[in-house]
Design a protein around this ligand. Structure first.
Ligand code: NAD
Length: 480
């Protein structure tokens, strides 16, 4: 089929091929609850074919041996093709998983394109080979070599960013990559494969095989894979980490979060909650780095609770294809049920609902929507400790700044965070004391130039920045 919603073939080893099985993935629109598109459902045989092609490309092909500038040139072609299709990608992702289009233009298309460019730019200055004077008078040559065959496993919430943060640096490093997108978002991945194909990567270097958990785990267990780069839930990350640990396979894990926004005593509450309007509710709350715990000083607690409730009530909920929409549907009925379940859990454990609650938001009568919900609660509650992955926020009181830092750090996770204050220098001091991978002062939104990743159960390793490239190299010491 010629449109970008219906695909009959998989992209394996640089060719469009018939899938090994006859299974199909049907993508259901979270807005209409009707079929939106379909792709083949890859099987373990497809994984084996992709791994064999990648192995050949890496072990016998020219790709890992090319000058990094030559690899960057192919990445640059890919980036140029991607750039000419940004709107198409944004609209496709919005259609398949319901991301509000205003966010899709940024986070689901322009962002991933920028990542390709960022890594192509790094080719010139990365220390691929560095000479050091030896202690005994000789020389030491330190080389950064590609890790090998990479299995890149991605989630559905920001499908293109989480693919590109692995694919672009791995390709620049000289790796061969097998992309396993989520079964909720296979369409954007195959559209991207089309642009990979046009860019002219050598045979075997890239495969894209949408499939479920079983296919993902087969890739993780494959002896032909040197490194797994995974983004997804902490539960799946633990399992993948255990398998890779047993096999001594390299692994990086980008997992869940429960990030704290610390509102300091001197903060301008109205400016703070307008910042959190994006930072807490971005992508309808289906964001690993969403600021889902808002910590407010006891003295201003009611003021912050009321202001957050006003923001939640004011959010535009509706069709994600509409430019004004801030909150779209949840990706799937299962996710709607999960988020609604947490709203029940919060109420049952004594958190006070000050905005939202269960049931469909006003103005929508179908689709997998939930109401943006604000709880007044405390940090011991499950709604404050577990990742909900929807537009549900808990406002938590603290007694003094020490207490705020303690509460922010009292979490299994450590992915993101923010500090809101009239005194930026002081905010920076507080930010330094939070055990988290990324944090902003009076804003949240990590820049791709810097690293992104988790402390604690939020993961192992880093993406973006030069640190994201270092995840795909082995370091070799040569005595020349
Ligand atoms: P998920 O863990 O269910 O699935 C993620 C991917 O892993 C999918 O492709 C899935 O098919 C595959 N998978 C699942 N179990 C597997 C296994 N045992 N072996 C191999 N592959 C397996 O997560 P999800 O629901 O798709 O995504 C939401 C989660 O992703 C949230 O927890 C969110 O916080 C996290 N996330 C983290 C980041 C980050 O950068 N830290 C970014 C986006 C999303």
């Amino acid at each position: 089929m010629s449109d970008n919603r219906n695909w009959d073939q998989l992209y394996i080893g640089g060719h469009w091929v018939e899938p090994a099985g006859s299974g199909r993935i049907t993508v259901i629109s979270p807005v209409t609850e009707e079929p939106f598109g379909a792709t083949p459902d890859a099987t373990t045989d497809d994984v084996d074919r992709a791994v064999a092609a990648a192995r050949r490309a890496f072990d016998e092909g020219e790709w890992p041996l090319l000058d990094p500038m030559e690899r960057a040139a192919v990445l640059r072609r890919f980036a140029d093709i991607y750039l000419s299709h940004l709107d198409e990608m944004a609209e496709l992702v919005t259609g398949e998983m319901g991301s509000p289009i205003s966010f899709s233009h940024l986070g689901q298309s322009a962002g991933p394109w920028k990542l390709i460019d960022l890594y192509a730019d790094m080719a010139a200055d990365f220390p691929w080979e560095e000479e050091r004077a030896g202690l005994a008078g000789g020389r030491v040559l330190v080389r950064q070599e590609p890790t090998g065959v990479v299995g890149a496993i991605a989630p559905w919430n920001v499908p293109q960013v989480t693919i590109m943060s692995k694919l672009a640096p791995a390709l620049l490093a000289g790796c061969a990559v097998i992309v396993k997108p989520s079964p909720e978002t296979p369409l954007d991945a195959l559209l991207m494969a089309q642009w990979i194909d046009e860019a002219g990567f050598p045979e075997g270097v890239v495969s894209v095989i949408p499939g479920g958990r079983e296919v993902g785990e087969h890739l993780v267990r494959s002896g032909g894979v040197d490194k797994i780069a995974f983004t997804g839930s902490t539960a799946a990350g633990r399992r993948i980490g255990a398998i890779c640990g047993e096999a001594l396979r390299r692994v990086s894990l980008e997992l869940g979060g429960k990030s704290a926004a610390i509102v300091l005593e001197d903060a301008d509450v109205e400016r703070t909650v307008q910042g959190l309007r994006f930072a807490s509710f971005v992508n309808s709350g289906q964001a690993c780095a969403a600021q889902t715990r808002v910590l407010a000083p006891q003295s201003r607690y009611d003021e912050v609770v009321d202001a957050m409730a006003a923001v939640a009530d004011d959010l535009v909920v509706g069709d994600p294809a509409d430019a004004a929409t801030e909150i779209g549907p949840m990706v799937a009925q299962r996710q709607q049920a999960r988020v609604s379940g947490y709203i029940d859990i919060g109420r049952d454990e004594g958190a006070r609902i000050v905005a939202g609650g269960t049931g469909m938001p006003e103005g929508v009568d179908r689709g997998w929507y939930v109401k943006p919900t604000i709880f007044a609660g405390d940090n011991s509650m499950r709604v404050a400790r577990e990742e909900i992955f929807g537009p549900v926020i808990v406002v938590i009181p603290y007694s003094d700044e020490r207490d705020a830092i303690r509460i922010a750090n009292d979490s299994d996770f450590g992915l993101a965070g923010s500090v809101w204050t009239a005194d930026k220098a002081h905010g920076l001091d507080v930010a330094r004391r939070i055990r988290t991978g990324t944090i902003g002062v009076n804003k949240y939104g990590p820049d791709f130039v810097g690293p992104f990743g988790g402390y604690k159960a939020s993961g192992i390793g880093r993406e973006y920045g030069v640190e994201g490239l270092e995840e795909f190299v082995e370091v070799k010491n040569i005595a020349p």
